[in-house]
Design a protein around this ligand. Sequence first.
Ligand code: FVH
Length: 290
Amino acid sequence: MSKAKSISVIGLGAMGTALAGALIDTGNTVTVWNRTPARADALAARGASRAETVTEAIAASDVVILCLTDYPAVDATLADLGAAMAGKTIVNLTNGRPDEVRAIAARLGEQGARYLDGGIMATPPMIGTPHAFILYSGDRAAFEDAEALLATFGQSHYLGEDPTLAAVSDLALLSAMYGLFGGYLHATALAGSVGFTAKQFLPLVEPWLAAMMTALPDYAERIDSGEHARDVMSNLQMQSVAISNIVAASRSQGIDPAFMEPIERLAKKRLAAGFGNDEASGIIEAMRGK
Ligand code: FVH
């Protein structure tokens, strides 16, 4: 597929608008539709064609991007459009669960469409820059045909034919992000209880997190090999004391320890199972129900 193509974008929230804008900026013929029509005004002024109905938006292009709040919104938008789907490549960049992905992939497949599911690992201003990356899974030929077009948004990572791969990986990466942000917020609240402003605390917390990120390759090695007891530097017994101190100190400082309590529970579960001398990477086994 050459770079300049006809493409439709359905859903013009913050992200859909950024996606459509990037496509316009790179010279593609873009048709847009949104439930609330006024949200198409700015894109129309930049050269997009405004579809009056979803059916019209789908008919306008072979490749159709969906970017809506959730899968119930996708279901509502695509209801009763069966015949219009035949021969189309549907690229659904809506955040969702694997069960939702399976259901829509099966339904669109029965309707004769090729289905690609995607997870956007970027905020709207990052779209069209090298910092954005997008996960895709589903119909391989559809991905290969649309690859040049999809490269408009940022780096593409095609994960495989199973359509749920992108959604599960997206949720996994978001889980890492929420863990980081939640940890930062808890830390900043705790430091704030003794008078630090967030800006005063930042020069401490930022390099600390950056230094701790360097442990990830070692954790990955231990997780894949199952060797949590090898060359232990910071054993779980010692770390669980600190974790419980964080929970207790948060309470006494008037900070809700809710963010830290699950990790305390998992660490204790692992300790009770006799793995106190292991590295804390072994907590993943408790998460896996072992
Ligand atoms: N914005 C972000 O930072 C993140 C980055 C990572 C990926 N996400 C996902 O992208 C999907 C859309 O997110 P968004 O930021 O564009 O969301 P909103 O600005 O809130 O726009 C929502 C659009 O969905 C339409 N919509 C909602 N419900 C329905 C429905 N029942 N029928 C038809 N359309 C519906 C809504 O339309 P309207 O309210 O303007 O009429 C917007 O177009 C999302 O999955 C993120 O997780 C973004």
